[in-house]
Design a protein around this ligand. Structure first.
Ligand SMILES: [Zn+2]
Length: 397
């Protein structure tokens, strides 16, 4: 019992020190001791161990603040690699990422047909290609998938688009690749990406990232940790009904937020309002309006496109106001395809939020567009494995 306690204290100190090395480009032992409150001896022991593990290196000397110049330490960015996957788009993408979030290699694969086996085969294909690359050691695989996920069990509870139901994804991949696997919702992964590598880091530790693409979902970080709720679905705002008897949603209900504010919704709405001007080969029954075409029309100032996009922004703004009222988190980042509509769309979202939320709370809330775009989910999925513990970085060959 005593031994176990000593062991966990040791791990706690180790992670505390490593966290600071992740947060700073360089830092001295003295500074680490000052910030953590650990003794200098403890810090020196921990650092010696991390240097032996190849995780940390001495990179020079810093300016003296009285006494001799301190030796600066830095994380060895390329000492370990992680794999991150984004399964939320028409093609799946995976990347090998180092400890500083630099993408070393990326593999994308279209998903032919939305069925359980095809989707799984595409995941295998990307991972087979990535693990064959020379970046070693690989320490884990993080996956951002659409749908409802039980992260603790590594189970995709339901992902309608991929035809996945109760799929033990982490277990399947751990068996195949002999690496720890972490599965989470794509919007939650994007939130971690923005928090660790994007615009969210300077915040209080609380952050909401709303991913507004073909679907809509949010990721919520509280005190620097992902908040998933009791059932793993915290932030699943896309399928909350906001318009009674509205459009039929792909989830089977009517009037979900997704049917009003997503990229899919604006394309459909625009297609219904403009006369079809497609060429004959576009009249094969497929939707002639694409998101690209709508973005072009919007940028040209087309009044119908403008109306459709601004209305979608305002619908999202109402949902954002509910989040402001529920969580009072001051920093809200928007990502996903709808951010292509730029400042006018962003102003529609935040303008509506300010009208609908309690004034004082709205005043202190900043809504902005994220910095990472599609990379956010990949980077976040890879970083998610390190958010709670650094243990998988240790004892590598
Ligand atoms: Zn729905």
């Amino acid at each position: 019992m005593k031994k176990a306690t000593r062991q966990s204290t040791k791990e706690h100190n180790r992670d505390l020190v490593l966290k600071l090395l992740f947060d700073h480009d360089t830092i001295s032992r003295a500074e680490i001791a000052r910030i953590t409150g650990l003794t200098r001896t403890t810090v020196s022991d921990v650092i010696a161990n991390q240097i032996a593990e190849g995780l940390v290196e001495e990179v020079g000397v810093g300016a003296s603040i009285g006494g001799k110049n301190p030796i600066l330490l830095s994380l060895v960015a390329d000492s370990r690699y992680l794999i991150g996957l984004n399964l939320a788009h028409d093609q799946f993408c995976g990347a090998i990422v180092n400890l500083r979030g630099d993408v070393k290699d990326m593999v994308c694969h279209p998903v032919p047909g939305r069925n359980r086996e095809h989707a799984l085969a595409s995941v295998y294909e990307i991972l087979d290609a990535l693990v064959a690359k020379p970046w070693k050691p690989l320490v884990g695989i993080g996956i951002g998938t659409p749908g409802l996920v039980n992260t603790r069990e590594g189970m995709v509870v339901s992902a309608v688009n991929l035809d996945w139901k109760d799929l033990p994804l982490a277990h399947l991949l751990e068996e195949r690749y002999r690496l720890p696997v972490y599965v989470l919702n794509d919007s939650q992964a994007a939130a971690i990406g923005e928090y660790v590598y994007g615009l969210g880091g300077q915040s209080s530790g609380h952050l909401i990232v709303i991913n507004v693409g073909h679907g809509i979902g949010a990721g919520i970080l509280i005190n620097g940790r992902l908040f998933q709720g009791d059932g793993g679905g915290a932030g699943e705002i896309g399928h909350v009904v906001v318009q009674e008897d509205g459009q039929l949603c792909r989830c089977g209900k009517r009037g979900c937020l997704e049917t009003l504010a997503s990229a899919r919704a604006v394309v459909q709405r625009y297609g219904a309002l403009v006369p079809v001007t497609g060429t004959p080969d576009q009249t094969d029954g497929s939707d002639p309006v694409t998101l690209d075409a709508l973005v072009d029309a919007f940028r040209r100032g087309d009044p119908v496109a403008t109306q459709v996009v601004i209305e979608a922004g305002r619908s999202l703004g109402s949902a954002v106001a509910s989040l402001v009222g529920t969580l009072n988190i001051h920093k809200i980042i928007l990502t996903g395809e709808m951010t292509r509509f730029g400042q006018p769309w962003l102003e529609a979202v935040s303008g509506r939020m300010r009208q609908a939320a309690l004034s004082k709370m709205a005043e202190d809330t900043r809504v902005e567009v994220g910095a990472l775009d599609v990379r956010g989910c990949i980077l976040g999925a890879s970083a998610s494995m390190l958010l709670d513990s650094f243990s998988l970085l240790y004892n590598q060959p």
